[in-house]
Ligand binder design. Sequence first.
Ligand SMILES: [Mn+2]
Length: 308
Amino acid sequence: MTLDGTHKLWADLHRPGISPAQADFTVLGIPFDGLASARLGAAFGPERIRFWSHHLTPFSEDRTRLSDLNICDLGDIAITEPASDFPRVADLVAGLPDILISLGGDHSVSIPIFEGQRRRCAGKRLGVLWLDAHPDLCDEFDGSRRSHACVLRRGLETGIDPQDVCLVGLRSWEEQELDLIENGGLHVFTAAQVAETGMGAVAAQVRQVLENCDAIHISFDIDVLDPSAAPGTGIPDYGGLSMREVLTLLKAQQGLPFIGLDMVEVAPPLDPSEATVFAALKVIMEFIALVKRGSPGSGGASMGRGGN
Ligand SMILES: [Mn+2]
């Protein structure tokens, strides 16, 4: 056993010294939980996710070989004051040439990520796959318009068309969100619908929506999973998805033009087993493999140019 890792960072995929232009994926940590409304801890997500990435192998579960891919890990961007620091995140994302993998942080850090992705897809249709127990469609929450409960509302204000947004795994609501949920034109697939109709059917409907888009960003709140699988998150809500359902959903989207994945609300201090961190890593590594499988003949920095 090697306590400091049997592999290098990101299962050996991180290439020290390369730039995003030379990489297939750029990783950015945003260790900030100052806009979470309940239990803190998500600020420790990036460090623990990176730490345990040293113990993963460069393969997906279907044995897709990942070792010819290049990750540029830019490290963390510190958020002290969201009003002045969020724009730095947006600017960085807007200038990326490759696929973003961001590590939260509470979900509020995805507000500038949506802004950045929207900017780099100017004039194109940006689709969103939103996996979360919550729709985060509040206009204001806890006295802030940047709360982690307002993220998708702010995203829509950047010009993302509700018709290009699929929300999967929802099961918790605020009164102020209901009008947009019921009449806003978004594609809503609740956790209960997934249980009743099966993820295979839901995944096919999601694909029909996202196929119309020029670029796709996945926003992944770890609380979309059932708390029995991922308890280390600020506001656990039972009746959630299984990891297998999540993987079925992702696999059905192969070949779509992905430009990013944000992984948020992973709060390691709230789960001493750290299984929640491994859940996040499973999604990240399977996302990397999904992108590779969807880019025939890829490998190296030629793939993953969906949004540019
Ligand atoms: Mn959530």
